[in-house]
Design a binder for this molecule. Structure first.
Ligand code: HEC
Ligand code: HEC
Length: 217
């Protein structure tokens, strides 16, 4: 997906709307968002913020909602600030212990030794080995587990830390990236992140459109 770039968050929303209307089973969520109603699986839709008048206050409130997903264990377990990955909802150190390496793990103990491109259920007990291609740890500069919403916001906007991404790139990543997508399809024995990727992407687009301001704190 390296070469594909969208030029604006409006383009992302238009593309999403086209995608959603082409996909009947998801249409009700779009209508709910458009009607300004509530939430999808515990995540508020952008419409819930449209009554906040000032761009700065609206962007800050939108980001606080976005942070509920990003700080959720399904994301944060792969985005530790130091050390290796963590696991489970209480974010304990990964068992067996694995080290960062270059994100792929140590030689002979690469993430791909155990993690494949899909989730694989355990044979003898409830649970699964999570999988998505290529399964790897986020770089330390993109580690945010335990951050506040304000810290997280400042960090992911910092192009020295975020892989040189613009706000539009962040919208695209949150809307389309497949490791992000895994957080809502985490496999047997794991709870998904709140909301769904469509709502998360739309919140990110609305935040960027309101100027990408950060909450205080
Ligand atoms: C020796 C096998 C093995 C290796 C190597 C390995 N993992 Fe895992 N990993 C597992 C198993 C098994 C689980 C599931 C544990 C459970 O749910 O009880 C797991 C779970 C995880 C989880 C937890 C997901 C969640 O939200 O609960 C993350 C994140 C993870 N691994 C990342 C990595 C990364 C990144 C690497 C490489 C640096 C890696 N793993 C290397 C076996 C491995
Ligand atoms: C399996 C591990 C894994 C999971 C799970 C994961 N990520 Fe990531 N994430 C990565 C890796 C690796 C990168 C670096 C890839 C790159 O720069 O292209 C990354 C980069 C990012 C970036 C780029 C900008 C930055 O500063 O971090 C964002 C945003 C992001 N992830 C969001 C999320 C969100 C939101 C979730 C959960 C919904 C999530 N990730 C789940 C591994 C993961």
């Amino acid at each position: 997906m390296g070469d594909f770039r969208v030029t604006g968050s409006a383009a992302v929303l238009a593309a999403m709307a086209a995608l959603l209307s082409a996909c009947g089973e998801r249409a009700p969520e779009t209508e709910a968002a458009g009607a300004g109603e509530g939430a999808v699986n515990g995540l508020m839709t952008p419409a819930a913020f449209s009554s906040i008048a000032g761009d700065e206050a609206r962007a800050a409130a939108l980001f606080t909602e976005i942070s509920k997903v990003m700080l959720h264990p399904r994301c944060a377990n792969c985005h530790p600030r130091e050390g290796g990955p963590t696991q489970g909802d209480d974010m304990l150190p990964h068992n067996p212990p694995v080290v960062r390496g270059f994100g792929m793990g140590a030689a002979g103990m690469e993430c791909s030794t155990c993690h494949g491109s899909v989730n694989v259920e355990f044979a003898s007990m409830t649970g699964s080995i999570p999988g998505a291609e290529p399964w790897m740890l986020a770089p330390a500069s993109m580690g945010w587990a335990g951050a506040s919403a304000a810290e997280l916001c400042a960090q992911i906007k910092d192009t020295e830390l975020n892989g040189g991404r613009t706000l539009d790139d962040l919208v695209f990543h949150n809307s389309e990236d497949h490791l992000v997508n895994w957080a809502w399809h985490p496999g047997e024995g794991r709870s998904p992140a709140p909301g769904d990727q469509e709502t998360f992407g739309a919140l990110t687009a609305a935040w960027a459109e309101a100027g990408g301001h950060c909450p205080e704190g």
